[in-house]
Design a protein around this ligand. Structure first.
Ligand code: 5GP
Ligand code: ZN
Length: 108
């Protein structure tokens, strides 16, 4: 089982901010911004290139993040990042959306 599947299953502890039947949102262990959360679909797949048939899940996930904006402390804005593969530095091969905010985020 991959590390995020273990977090989803509760086998590895995490600071969960939100959970429903298809996604979990928890704090990144090595935050790169004042607020750094990870949004993970409960179903294991590594890449967007494997997400054929999961379009509705991905759409619901983005809309859910937006609905949670205030609750997550992101009322002043936020950034979503999805690293894909080697060049992007993806280290965990379970699809995840980084949610960054809580401060003005550098862009260069
Ligand atoms: P990637 O580099 O694959 O896009 O992002 C993986 C992220 O997972 C990194 O930001 C890293 O800090 C985070 N991470 C890795 N292991 C754990 C863990 O055990 N718990 C939590 N909460 N985050 C983790
Ligand atoms: Zn997994």
């Amino acid at each position: 089982m991959c590390i995020f599947c273990k977090i989803v299953a509760g086998e590895i502890p995490s600071r969960k901010k939100y959970e429903d039947d298809e996604i979990v949102i928890f704090e990144d262990i090595e935050p790169k911004a004042k607020i750094h959360l990870l949004c993970v679909p409960k179903e294991h797949f590594a890449y967007l290139s494997e997400a054929g048939g999961k379009e509705a899940l991905l759409g619901r996930t983005l809309v859910k993040i937006a609905a949670l904006q205030k609750e997550l402390g992101l009322e002043d804005g936020y950034r979503l990042v999805v690293n894909q593969g080697e060049n992007a530095g993806q280290t965990v091969k379970h699809l995840h959306i980084h949610i960054l905010g809580g401060e003005i985020l550098p862009w260069e």
